[in-house]
Design a protein around this ligand. Structure first.
Ligand code: SAM
Length: 272
């Protein structure tokens, strides 16, 4: 039995967040581009929520997809969408079934050996180094040499609390900032931990609004934990607006977002 997750009281309401322009034309195309060609690939989607990206992977050719989340409510909703009677279920064109599991990503069993592991916002639920290390060790145990990790998370170095983001229906309320005086290059684990994460309450002004707490671990910490867990070829990226979003809304609409997109991506390869 998984402990109560804040997402147990969000469930299907979360999907409205994916409809906001910043998600549709910023976040989602960035992840899609990083996933590349998934034809015939076996994918593990961690922190899968209601299955948005698991289904996207199916639609782009993945042959086998497992989705994992620690919220039973999110997984119940994801499984409902998987029913053959649902338009979001498997189809003749995209037949791969998606299997959903309730697990904490920091304590994964061996589910299989994957070509791609996807973690969209998962690292935002690592409040400290120990949790991040546990997640990455669990992930590595489900990889083969060469497995690609594709992750996206809130960027702690973006000015997240700027009012201009309300323009896109999103709001980040910083509830506990990382220690600005600590030296991120310091050697001691304590110093690293004190600079590790920023605590945030995120609100999407959908109808009804959706609000949840998250952490924004700093890239230097993620980088270190990735290397410790056996990942290399680590590449960081931004989430600029897609050409389609720019055509639809115009550059003036996107100026505030483009100035500093609130999300960053990281990719890495599992080593031998
Ligand atoms: C912001 S939602 C993102 C869902 C999905 N990746 C997406 O982009 O649509 C974060 C998800 O991570 C899940 N989550 C948080 N901590 C987790 C953990 N330790 N293990 C597994 N899932 C977790 C939450 O339950 C929630 O469904």
């Amino acid at each position: 039995m998984s402990p109560h997750s804040q997402y147990d009281s969000i469930g299907a309401a979360y999907d409205a967040v994916k409809e906001l322009p910043a998600a549709r034309y910023g976040e989602i195309p960035a992840v899609r581009a990083l996933l590349g060609d998934l034809t015939g690939q076996k994918v593990l989607d961690l922190g899968c929520g209601t299955g948005h990206y698991a289904r996207l992977c199916r639609d782009h050719g993945a042959r086998h997809i497992d989705g994992v989340d620690n919220s039973t409510t999110m997984i119940t909703e994801a499984r409902r969408r998987e029913q053959p009677s649902q338009p979001s279920g498997p189809s003749q064109a995209s037949p791969a079934p998606i299997t959903y599991h309730v697990h904490d990503a920091a304590e994964l069993p061996h589910l299989g050996t994957y070509d791609v592991v996807l973690a969209v916002y998962l690292f935002n639920y690592a409040p400290d180094r120990a949790t991040l290390e546990a997640m990455l060790t669990s992930i590595r145990a489900n990889c083969r040499p060469g497995t690609r990790l594709v992750a996206l998370l809130t960027d702690p170095s973006s000015p997240l609390s700027r009012p201009g983001l309300r323009h896109y229906g999103i709001e980040f309320d910083i509830t506990s900032d990382a220690d600005p005086d600590a030296d991120p290059d310091a050697d001691s684990d304590d110093a690293q931990d004190s600079t590790a994460t920023t605590e945030i309450v995120f609100t999407a002004h959908c109808d009804p609004p959706v609000s949840f707490r998250l952490h924004a671990p700093h890239p230097h910490l993620i980088d270190e934990c990735l290397r410790t867990a056996g990942f290399s070829e680590i590449e960081w990226g931004r989430c600029p607006v897609s050409p389609q979003g720019r055509d639809l809304f115009g550059d003036a609409y996107w100026a505030e977002y483009q100035h500093s997109p609130p999300w960053i991506t990281v990719t890495a390869l599992a080593g031998v």
